[in-house]
Design a protein around this ligand. Structure first.
Ligand SMILES: *Cc1c(COP(=O)(O)O)cnc(C)c1O
Length: 331
């Protein structure tokens, strides 16, 4: 498949580094752990949404948009990267932020990603929990359209077949790096939320016949629902790139045992994982996504589910800006 058929704006710093984590691997005493640094995509502290936005924002420009809208949780990394990308393109950006945690901590509500949304000049409004946020966004978009604005709507997390192309490309990029160094990969793990990252990766890996199992550590939905969401998006993405049918349902595996109380609420093992990465490898994880995925990775190593002699690649999806919304959790 040939991704250059799709409009794309090259903004991300690519390829992101692929690095061996010697001190973490030694501390866990099991497999060799590597990291794919998608926290280093370059745009406003980086993260995984930038790869998706390269395709989504290109589509917005192709459609003649003069503003974009998106939605997410209060400390949404996706909203922040969308605000930053829009600033770079000279587009207005309006964001709907859903209060999923009920936190009244001023840092949670105004620091971290929210501070950066404002700094990039985006406008934003709040919503209570449990609404259909994409429907809310449609309704607000209509009010802008009534005033003559050309609004391009980006679904939550940028997770539609266009956005997922960014992670099809990431799978190509990772395989090319591994092949160039003769680096055999036994497992790839990453956080999975709105599904675009895992869906794009599984399509890219399967379309290339990589033969590497991919595991997504969930952050919100229960296992069956998460896997169904990823599978549905993977099928649509495969079709978009002309590789329909390349992903089987069994290729989509999520483990949601590290979510805890709910979305955006870190557990003790989330905080431990964040501290381990910070103190052993000087790498910043986040309390909502990558910290929970890393907690899963660490637990798999400790339980012997990933073993000595194996090589595991952790795709770091970013999110460190969110740490500044969560300082109280570390007190
Ligand atoms: C959005 C996000 C994820 C999840 O990616 P999806 O494509 O939504 O599944 C993981 N990590 C971070 C830091 C994110 O912001």
């Amino acid at each position: 498949m040939h991704l250059a058929r799709f409009p794309r704006l090259h903004v991300a710093h690519l390829p992101t580094p692929l690095e061996r984590l010697d001190r973490l691997s030694a501390a866990l005493g099991g497999p060799e752990i590597w990291i794919k640094r998608d926290d280093c995509t370059g745009l406003s502290t980086g993260g995984n949404k930038t790869r998706k936005l390269e395709f989504l924002m290109a589509e917005a420009l192709a459609q003649g948009a003069d503003m974009v809208m998106t939605q997410g949780a209060t400390q949404s990394n996706h909203a922040r990267q969308t605000a930053a990308f829009a600033a770079k393109l000279g587009l207005d950006c309006h964001i709907l932020l859903e209060d999923r945690t009920g936190s009244n901590d001023p840092n949670y509500n105004a620091n971290g990603n929210v501070f950066l949304d404002d700094l990039h000049g985006a406008t934003r409004e709040k919503r209570g929990p449990g609404l259909d946020m994409n429907a809310e966004m449609e309704a607000v978009a209509e009010t802008f359209r009534a005033k003559g604005r050309k609004v391009y709507i980006i679904v939550g997390g940028g997770s539609n077949p266009t956005g997922a192309l960014g992670y099809v490309d990431c799978a190509f990029e990772l395989l090319a790096q591994a092949n160039a160094r003769s680096l055999r990969i036994d497992h790839i793990v990453t956080a999975t939320g709105s599904a675009g990252t895992q869906a794009g990766l599984v399509v890219g890996l399967k379309a290339m016949h990589a033969g590497i199992p991919l595991l997504g550590f969930g952050v919100r939905a229960p296992k069956a629902r998460q896997e169904e969401n990823v599978y549905a998006l993977a099928c649509a993405t495969a079709e978009k790139i002309g590789a329909a049918g390349c992903v089987a349902r069994a290729d989509v595996v999520a483990d949601t045992d590290y979510v805890g109380e709910g979305y955006g609420i870190p557990r003790a093992d989330t905080l431990e994982a964040i501290r381990m990465f910070a103190q052993l490898e000087a790498i910043l994880l986040d309390p909502v996504y990558s910290g929970k995925a890393a907690a899963g990775l660490i637990d798999y190593c400790r339980k012997g589910r990933f073993t000595a002699g194996e090589r595991v690649v952790f795709i770091h999806t970013g999110g460190a800006a969110g740490l500044f919304g969560y300082t109280a959790a570390f007190a």
